[in-house]
Ligand binder design. Structure first.
Ligand SMILES: *Cc1c(COP(=O)(O)O)cnc(C)c1O
Length: 371
């Protein structure tokens, strides 16, 4: 990802600095309102990253030691790490080959009486089946946290993925579609939950520093529980507000570039590009291609050849259970996860990518496939 940052973002950051209000303040509040509205959510609580957003979501749900939380192994490692931050046990579920996402079946297969929550990821922007999974979680009496780090602007059943999510976590890291440098958001449907999240991100204080500062009367704050310092700054939110205005255009361009890749790859046996699922649209945060045995070259051979031709493609999405940090977890049976992480690669997709670049990249694949 090459972030699309322009003069407007630089100006907005400079304005925030000149205003003298650089920590969490009015720009954060406006960014929360506008981002929540853009993703179809009721309330937004801005935080320092999606990792801290996931942590706070689990704190809010009072998940802790003795609880199991089902997560996909096929995800950035922060998804599983958040479970450990609250002392709970991550349990890995396999994913669907086409979407890279957990399903009702793969979650149900590893569910136990100790399952307190599921963190389902809209992987690489591809929405999971929200109707099926939200419904199943409700029927099981298990909380569903949506890791929407990559999914700003993705839709499911005609709605943005934040719509109808009880609780979702978002990222504004520069690898994502819109960025604030570092940053994240929790969106929730309940006003009381939003209030508690705002307290948790700010040391457990019952009034925010911004409110205290704005009041003419002295306000004596109280610390109601052990909180964290997970705040976003007004400098970041100023950049985020400009980025938010770009989101629709960024997605339209990514979808056009993805469609062109799909057309170019259509005649190539054994190279299966990611697509929209039947029930929704991806924002193409990640454009991955799964190689099958018919392709005739391994994923690593393809990556090496692309690198040799000056193309920086990346390996497919990682699998947490294969990393040293999780080697103490009994090796779960995750055949689809292992196949996707071993046999897929992510092709370059950014705003400066030309049709010629795409032809060059697909040409390398064609040559390797012997066509
Ligand atoms: C990027 C990412 C995260 C972490 O986001 P940060 O804002 O960098 O903490 C979490 N989950 C998924 C699925 C991601 O892609």
């Amino acid at each position: 990802m090459i972030p699309m940052l322009g003069e407007e973002e630089a100006q907005a950051a400079a304005d925030a600095v000149r205003s003298g209000w650089v920590a969490q303040g009015p720009r954060v509040a406006e960014f929360e309102r506008r981002f929540a509205a853009a993703v179809g959510a009721e309330h937004g609580v801005a935080v320092s990253s999606c990792t801290t957003a996931l942590h706070l979501a689990l704190v809010l749900l009072e998940v802790g030691p003795g609880d199991e939380v089902i997560v996909p192994s096929l995800s950035f490692i922060a998804t599983a790490n958040a479970v450990r931050y609250v002392g709970a046990t991550p349990v890995f579920a396999d994913v669907d080959l086409a979407t890279g996402n957990v399903t009702v079946e793969t979650v149900d297969a590893v569910r136990t009486p100790r399952t307190r929550a599921v963190i389902a990821v809209h992987q690489g922007g591809v929405p999971f089946d929200v109707v099926a999974l939200r419904g199943a979680a409700a029927s099981w009496g298990v909380a569903l946290v949506e890791d929407a780090a990559c999914a700003a602007g993705s839709t499911a059943y005609g709605q943005p993925v934040g719509s109808g999510a009880a609780i979702a976590a978002w990222s504004f890291h520069p690898r994502k579609l819109i960025t604030t440098g570092e940053g994240g958001m929790v969106t929730v449907d309940g006003a009381d939950q939003a209030t508690r999240l705002k307290r948790l991100r700010e040391h457990g204080m019952n009034v925010s520093a911004a409110d205290r500062h704005a009041s003419a009367q002295p306000i004596l704050e109280a610390y109601l529980e052990t909180g964290y310092n997970y705040r976003m700054t007004d400098i970041q939110a100023a950049v985020g507000l400009v980025q938010l205005d770009r989101l629709a255009g960024i997605i339209a361009q990514r979808r056009a570039l993805a469609a062109r890749y799909q057309e170019m790859l259509a005649g190539l046996d054994g190279a299966i590009p990611v697509r929209d699922p039947a029930y929704g649209e991806t924002n193409y945060q990640s454009f991955w291609v799964l190689l099958t045995p018919e392709f005739g070259a391994s994923r690593d051979e393809v990556l090496a050849e692309l690198a040799g031709q000056g193309v920086s493609a990346r390996r497919g999405i990682m699998a947490a259970h294969l990393e040293p940090a999780y080697e103490d977890v009994a090796p779960p049976a995750l055949p689809v996860t292992e196949r996707l992480t071993r046999d897929s690669l992510i092709l370059p997709l950014h705003h400066a990518l030309t049709e010629g670049d795409q032809e060059h990249i697909v040409g390398v694949l064609r040559k390797l496939a012997g066509r």
